[in-house]
Design a binder for this molecule. Structure first.
Ligand SMILES: NC(=O)c1ccc[n+]([C@@H]2O[C@H](COP(=O)([O-])OP(=O)(O)OC[C@H]3O[C@@H](n4cnc5c(N)ncnc54)[C@H](OP(=O)(O)O)[C@@H]3O)[C@@H](O)[C@H]2O)c1
Ligand SMILES: [Zn+2]
Length: 317
């Protein structure tokens, strides 16, 4: 099978021919239909994860059909369309400690599989496996309730889904982006208001709108996240799903309005099932740009430049 692998820490994605893997007991073999390109791939590239060894095939937003069942797999059948996210079953991480979906075939633990409902196309389901479940579950677990002002910071793979989830959940939805290029698209996705972080002070702009109950930070920038804290109402919170190693810049005084800042990670089959159900029910759909498998580097570079609208997908020929 053809795959794109990372051969060493810091390396690019490189094409490789591999033998088609055998599904062991409790696993299935998937024919990959699409795999999303997540910013979280930077963890696989930079190599800071226990249990990660090279070469590794990245990719943790996999949609495929089952080609073979390993021994003891129940509840799934050959030909069925399924998805796999970050959680690879047990303590495994898809595309990080086990090979992922940047390939024509992938094996996955049955425990990590989610059945894909008929109401959603495979290319639209893929981003829900990570970007979708992360933002859906983060918003659902946040302090935001119907009618509250929720700001989504960063309009990429995660952010463009978060705007739709917030809007469909009945929240007053504000999109925050660098520059005005994405304003029309953000409003089209459901944002009631738009803040250009290059032109305005984000904290002041949020305060002028009445203050945010929740800021969902998807932009991997400590500076951007720090700037949002002053835009919270009393008892509001910044929920950080973005990665990054830079230090936040916050004065303790800023927290005394009883505001909070906390992180969130989206994973696990039950939350993916709920994300799919909500998306089908309310017509939340990712906007995707498909790329051939061989163009993984182009797709990833375009994502880093924030020029993908809004999730790049690798689609094996
Ligand atoms: N916690 C979890 O479970 C989880 C799951 C998946 C991903 N992640 C992390 O979430 C983050 C977003 O992932 P993604 O796949 O949505 O990435 P993405 O498609 O690259 O989107 C991130 C967006 O943030 C903004 N941005 C990027 N760099 C920025 C910078 N230096 N300063 C300010 N804004 C910046 C851009 O939006 P604008 O152009 O609108 O400014 C960009 O489109 C990544 O850090 C990823 O590792 C976490
Ligand atoms: Zn991801």
């Amino acid at each position: 099978m053809k795959a794109m692998q990372i051969a060493r820490r810091g390396g690019a994605f490189e094409p490789v021919e591999r033998p088609t893997p055998e599904p062991a007991a409790g696993q299935v073999l998937l024919k990959v239909e699409a795999c999303g390109v997540c910013h979280g791939e930077d963890v696989a590239i930079h190599g800071h994860w226990p249990g990660l060894s090279y070469p590794i095939i990245p990719g943790h937003e996999i949609i495929g059909t089952i080609e073979r069942l390993g021994d003891g797999v129940g509840g799934f059948h050959v030909g069925q369309r399924v998805g796999v996210g970050w959680s690879g079953g047990g303590d495994k991480v898809t595309g990080l400690t086990v090979d992922g979906g940047y390939a024509e075939r992938a094996v996955a633990a049955a425990a990590a599989l989610v059945a894909i409902p008929d109401g959603i196309a495979p290319l639209e389901a893929a981003p829900l496996m990570c970007a979708g479940v992360t933002t859906f579950s983060a918003l659902r677990a946040s302090k935001a309730r119907m009618g509250d002002l929720v700001a989504i910071q960063g309009i990429g793979g995660l952010g463009h889904l978060a705007i739709q989830f917030a809007r469909k959940a009945g929240m007053r939805t504000v999109a925050i982006s660098r520059g005005a290029q994405k304003e029309a698209l953000a409003r089209d996705l459901g944002a009631h208001s738009f803040i250009d972080a290059d032109a305005e002070d984000v904290g002041r702009a949020l305060a002028a709108l009445g203050g945010a109950k929740v800021v969902l930070a998807t932009a991997p920038s400590a500076t951007a996240i720090s700037a949002a804290v002053s835009g919270l109402v009393r008892d509001g919170e910044v929920v950080v799903v973005a990665g990054g190693a830079d230090k936040l810049d916050l004065a303790p005084m800023q927290l005394l309005r009883r505001v909070g800042i906390r992180g969130w990670v989206g994973d696990g089959v039950p939350d993916i099932v709920d994300t799919l159900r909500f998306s089908v029910l309310t017509d939340v759909r990712p906007r995707v740009e498909p790329f051939p498998l061989a163009q993984a580097n182009e797709a990833y570079t375009r994502m880093l430049a924030a020029s993908v609208r809004f999730r790049a997908l690798l689609v094996p020929a």
